[in-house]
Design a protein around this ligand. Structure first.
Ligand code: GLU
Length: 498
């Protein structure tokens, strides 16, 4: 019987969820689900200097929000397991696989300086490991006397004098070789008693039964350390899959300077979770088919590690925008409206009024149905939800502000434009049904019957209603504004033209 596949997502709560971390979570989730395995969550909170209060809950909320359900009954927090790591570190000491190191900060700096001068890799390796050979009882005595120490792993075990190269296999990158000679005896327990990431994470991966470790490529260089630890304990190695780097458009490593890297920033701007998942999954995974749109369920069906690329994946915001527009257009209007409401509130266009909303400027009550129409009007133009207020704010303002010249179509004049608006207003005053469909039919018929120019009539109509060169069709706007407001707006335009 083969082992059940177990993956994990092991973020450090240092403030926000990097898109790269989110991709790790997504791939780990998909791989586990696809193989009927388990996806576990562990919070790596032992680096107290980088710890940010509340960041752990934020991560948990985001993972949940995206529907990446994890299977642990209880989330594992490393900070609650200090005695476990200590116990394992002591085991390694008693087996002579690790040792106490009392070297001062100054001494370590001096070693590094010397190595740099001699063009050697910096670190506590080879001849520099002075504490490596300390008598164990003496060392214990020092510890008892309260001397400051760290615990280091012997990267090259006592019974290995050949210093042969470390070779291991990565599921994505293939065989990886590391020259062992310059590998330092790295710290597993720090002087504050906390374990290092390198130590704690592998203890946990082992105890959680993790079979597949997926994480960013930046961890390749430290994987040999983890492998040595597994060997020191005699534990079975998990498989490693190091995911390709995320790159900016100019092929540099994806960084904050060139745009947002936090998933929560994208959510805040109104990128939909479906779009984010669809976009992020393709950063490094290539389905090798024409299919571009994937639901989470389809991804579970189709995901596989052998379709993950080795080379870096460019983070192309245009592509994310394209996905977002796709999902916005596909969304049920009532759901989209519910999602847009917070942005309209935030922009101060509406405010809550008991169960309802009211226009913040005019104080008029606005019904949910009316807001739905507004959202429908904007839908085709929305790239992300926070675009909505810019697109629709003209529907909420009492007075339109625009340059009166804008009302004049091509070679027409202010006088003719005013006359045309007057004709239109008189005509509209007699129209009962203000639905956009009816308005379109009636107005076009009117223009034709009177032998008027389409641009001469519809252009000033559009500007009078929206004040915008690029607005939605005037019939749609007219339906939303309603007859009275439409007639008022035409009057306003006429006054502006004087
Ligand atoms: N805590 C590490 C991080 O957030 C996890 C690395 C790993 O998955 O092993 O980058």
């Amino acid at each position: 019987m083969t082992n059940k596949i177990i993956t994990r997502f092991a973020p450090s709560p240092t403030g926000y969820m990097h898109v790269g971390n989110f991709r790790t979570a997504l791939y780990s989730f998909l791989f586990a689900r696809k193989n009927n395995g388990q996806f576990l969550l562990r919070i790596e909170d032992t680096d107290r200097a980088r710890f940010i209060e509340g960041a752990d809950n934020k991560i948990i909320d985001i993972v949940n929000y995206f529907g990446l359900k994890f299977d642990n009954k209880e989330i594992i927090f490393q900070s609650k397991r200090l005695d476990v790591y200590k116990k394992y570190a002591e085991q390694l000491i008693s087996e002579d696989k690790a040792y106490y190191c009392f070297c001062s900060e100054e001494k370590l700096v001096k070693i590094k300086e010397e190595q740099t001068t001699n063009k050697l890799p910096p670190g506590y390796w080879g001849p520099h490991r002075s504490c490596n050979k300390l008598n164990k009882n003496e060392a214990k005595e020092k510890v008892k006397n309260g001397e400051k120490y760290v615990i280091r792993l012997k990267m090259i075990p006592d019974d290995n004098t050949t210093e042969e190269n470390g070779v291991w296999n990565d599921l994505i990158h293939g065989e990886i070789k590391t020259e062992m000679k310059f590998q330092e005896d790295f710290v597993i327990i720090k002087s504050d008693g906390f374990p290092t990431y390198n130590f704690a994470h592998m203890i946990d991966d082992h105890e959680m039964g993790v079979t597949h470790v997926m994480r960013g490529e930046e961890f390749i260089s430290s994987t040999i350390k983890h492998i040595r630890l597994y060997e020191a304990f005699g534990w079975q190695l998990p498989q490693f899959a190091h995911l390709p780097l995320l790159l900016n458009a100019d092929k540099s490593k994806l960084s904050k300077r060139q745009g947002d890297v936090a998933v929560e920033d994208y959510l805040k701007k109104g990128y939909l979770k479906e779009a984010i998942i669809n976009f992020v999954v393709l950063l490094g995974w290539n389905p090798k088919t024409e299919q571009e749109i994937f639901s989470l369920a389809e991804l579970v069906e189709q995901f596989s590690l052998d379709k993950i690329n080795k080379s870096g994946a460019v983070f192309n915001i245009e592509k994310l925008n394209w996905f977002n527009q796709y999902y916005i257009r596909k969304m049920d209007l009532a759901d989209l409206t519910a999602k847009c409401l917070p942005y309209l509130l935030d922009a101060g266009l509406i405010e809550k009024d008991g169960e309802d909303y009211k226009n913040k400027e005019t104080g008029e009550t606005v019904s949910n149905d009316w807001i739905k129409k507004v959202v429908l009007l904007a839908r085709e133009r929305l790239v992300k939800l926070d675009d909505i207020s810019e697109i629709v704010k003209f529907l909420f303002t009492e007075k339109s502000e625009y340059d009166p010249e804008l009302l004049v179509w091509k070679k027409s004049s202010k006088e003719d434009t005013a006359k045309n608006l007057e004709l239109l207003k008189n005509f509209l005053a007699g129209v009962e049904d203000f639905s956009k469909e009816n308005l379109e039919v009636e107005i076009k018929k009117f223009i034709e019957e009177k032998g008027l120019g389409v641009g001469d009539m519809l252009w000033p109509f559009r500007i009078a209603l929206s004040g915008l060169k690029n607005s939605p069709p005037p019939f749609d706007i007219a339906e939303i504004l309603g007859k009275n407001r439409v007639l008022e707006k035409i009057d306003e335009a006429k006054i502006l033209l004087k």
